[in-house]
Design a binder for this molecule. Structure first.
Ligand code: XBP
Ligand code: MG
Length: 257
């Protein structure tokens, strides 16, 4: 039976609900700075989240929605510039308004650290955004708590491809059966699944209706002792919130199959 060695966390939608009020707002501010009459509403953004990666999402929007566009020589450079501006707005937003972590995230991370369970991040977002969220919402020194921060363009293919989780496993020199992954979206679930990772999905307003068939657990969130999670799918035994023991139990069940 493989022993639990590490927890690997997605960021956006998993550690905190960053998409609606932070990423989306940052995109709109970057568009305004560029003099573009593009406004991503909450509803439109939900549709655009089908594509992981901010640069890829902008390209998807241009191709599929065909918004009014200035004459650009190099579309890739144009998108890169917009995205760099968006990333600056995102980091500024998080520096000025602390985004709360989702229920159970801080508690589980602290428990893992106390018990010597290693921690990693595997995210599509830009490394600067990880630093902004982790240092402002978790702790100023919390970047050091994660052995690996696998993020953004570090890998050739973003989620739903498995690249980013495989990169994190390789850097930690661990096998998938020694870890539990945490995700919030369909793209993220497919990425973790295709990395052969035991996966806990915590849904949110943007992702609750997506397909997570095959995920080991589908929960409303990680829960707190005084705020039990809701279980959409999977066996949590007698637990009312997610802890290290349940993570280890998920792995042991698999190795007994
Ligand atoms: C979510 C994403 C990211 C963010 C925007 O990442 O798909 O693209 O929406 O961040 P994850 P960037 O759920 O894997 O953390 O603009 O930096 O891509
Ligand atoms: Mg996510």
């Amino acid at each position: 039976m493989a022993k639990l060695e590490a927890l690997i966390f997605d960021v956006d939608g998993t550690l905190a609900n960053t998409e609606k009020d932070a990423h989306r707002v940052a995109f709109n501010r970057a568009f305004a700075d560029a003099g573009l009459a593009w406004e991503w509403s909450v509803e439109l953004y939900g549709k655009l989240l089908k594509v992981a990666g901010g640069k890829e999402r902008i390209r998807f929007y241009i191709k599929d929605w065909q918004p009014e566009m200035p004459e650009v020589e190099d579309l890739t450079e144009f998108i890169k510039g917009l995205h760099a501006s968006k990333t600056k707005h995102y980091c500024d937003l998080l520096a000025n308004e602390v985004l709360p972590l989702r229920p159970g995230v801080r508690r589980l991370i602290n428990e893992a650290r106390e018990k010597g369970i290693r921690l990693a991040i595997a995210t599509t977002t830009t490394p600067a955004n990880v630093t902004a969220l982790v240092t402002h919402s978790l702790a100023p020194d919390a970047m050091d708590w994660f052995e690996v921060i696998a993020a953004g363009d570090m890998v050739p293919q973003k989620k739903p491809a498995p690249d980013i989780f495989l990169y994190a496993l390789e850097k930690m020199n661990l096998n998938a059966d020694q870890c539990v992954a945490f995700e919030d979206s369909g793209n993220g679930w497919l990425s973790a699944r295709d990395s052969n990772l035991t996966t806990v999905v915590t849904v949110n307003n943007y992702t609750e209706n997506q397909d997570f068939t095959g995920a080991d657990l589908i929960l409303s969130n990680l829960g707190e002792p005084d705020q039990p999670f809701k279980v959409m799918s999977g066996d949590v035994g007698k637990k009312s919130y997610f802890d290290v023991e349940l993570a280890a139990d998920l792995l042991s069940r698999k190795s007994n199959t």
